[in-house]
Design a protein. Sequence first.
Length: 115
Amino acid sequence: MLIDTNFWKSFVAERLLAGKGAEQSIVLFKAKPHQHRMLAEHCTCEIPTMKTGKSGMQLIEWTEPGSNAENDLWDCLVYSSALASLEGVRVMVDRKSAPKKKPKKRKRRVAALAC
C-alpha cells in the first residue's frame, strides 16, 4: 500500500494530541506511564517541519533525526490508521460514557510543533 506518509503522520499526531473525550482522538489504554514509554519514544522520534513546495503550498514534512532512531511502532500506528481508512473503518462514539461537556480544544496542533 502506498500512502502519503507526511499526511498520515500529521493525521495520527493530531489525534494523539486531541483532548480526552474528543470524538477523533486516539486514546491509549489506562496504565502507568512506564507502560507506554516505548510507544511514546517511537511516536516522538520524528520531527515535523513546515516546508513550502515549488507551487507555494505549505506542508508538514516528517524527518528522522538520526539513523539510530527507533520508530517501528510509530510507523505501525501510521500505516494501520491509513489501512483502517482504506477499509472504511469509522470511529464509534459511546454516547453513554462520553463527557456531557464539550472537551476543551487544545491549542497545540501538529503545525504548531513544526519548526
